[in-house]
Design a protein around this ligand. Structure first.
Ligand SMILES: Cc1cc2nc3c(=O)[nH]c(=O)nc-3n(C[C@H](O)[C@H](O)[C@H](O)COP(=O)(O)O)c2cc1C
Length: 194
């Protein structure tokens, strides 16, 4: 029961935090390694372990945000491009300690269905978020900017069949966590068959 109470507390208190609320303090790289080791214990069909990480730390965070903004500029129709979005992508790292780019590396030849490899990688990401909560680290799973654009895949040198799952922005904040919100209850989304 004690284990369940601890787990419940971590799951319920985990909240998404915007990088703009981060205070600029640095997370130790060893703590990031701890989170990546938790990710590595996600369930994986056929033990394909499809999760892959690009960890940006220190100057790497600024360089990634600059590159992300540049990818947006180069790959966006001038009629749709906005300077506000360009600058917001550039600034996303200003208070952020680490960014973990997460993608699903497709097995070759693929034996496991695509949805399962995406699911396993998402489970790995949730392990990171829960570990972060347990360590007092604030986090945002973002799919903003160029996350789902082929340009980011090329930038990372990924294969056509790999899938970018998101960017995890990690840092510390002095702000209290927002109240959690869910539309309805688990029971409303559940059908019991007895
Ligand atoms: C796949 C995925 C993509 C997300 N992308 C974004 C995003 O681009 N920007 C953002 O602010 N939040 C993003 N979120 C976080 C959600 O907004 C957040 O989980 C939701 O508001 C519920 O809040 P909570 O995480 O604090 O419970 C994403 C979450 C998931 C699972």
């Amino acid at each position: 029961m004690e284990k369940l109470n601890t787990l419940t507390d971590i799951i319920l208190s985990r909240r998404s935090s915007k990088p703009a609320t981060f205070n600029g303090n640095r997370i130790e790289d060893t703590e990031i390694e701890t989170l990546l080791n938790l990710a590595h214990w996600a369930p994986t069909h056929g033990r394909t372990e499809p999760w892959r990480f690009k960890v940006y730390a220190g100057e790497g965070v600024t360089k990634f945000c600059e590159a992300h903004a540049a990818l947006y500029k180069t790959n966006t129709d001038p009629e749709v491009f906005t300077t506000a979005k360009f600058e917001s992508l550039q600034k996303l790292g200003s208070q952020t300690s680490h960014i973990i780019g997460v993608y699903m590396q497709r097995q070759v030849p693929a034996k496991i269905p695509l949805v399962e490899e995406i699911a396993a990688t998402a489970a790995a990401m949730q392990n990171i978020l829960l570990g972060a909560e347990a360590l007092g680290i604030s986090a945002l799973w973002s799919t903003g900017g160029m996350t789902h654009h082929p340009a980011l895949k090329s930038f990372w040198g990924l294969a056509e069949e790999d899938v970018v799952m998101g960017l995890l922005y990690l840092g510390y904040t002095n702000e209290p966590a927002a109240a959690g919100k869910r539309n309805g209850t688990a029971s409303e989304k559940t059908e019991w068959i007895k």
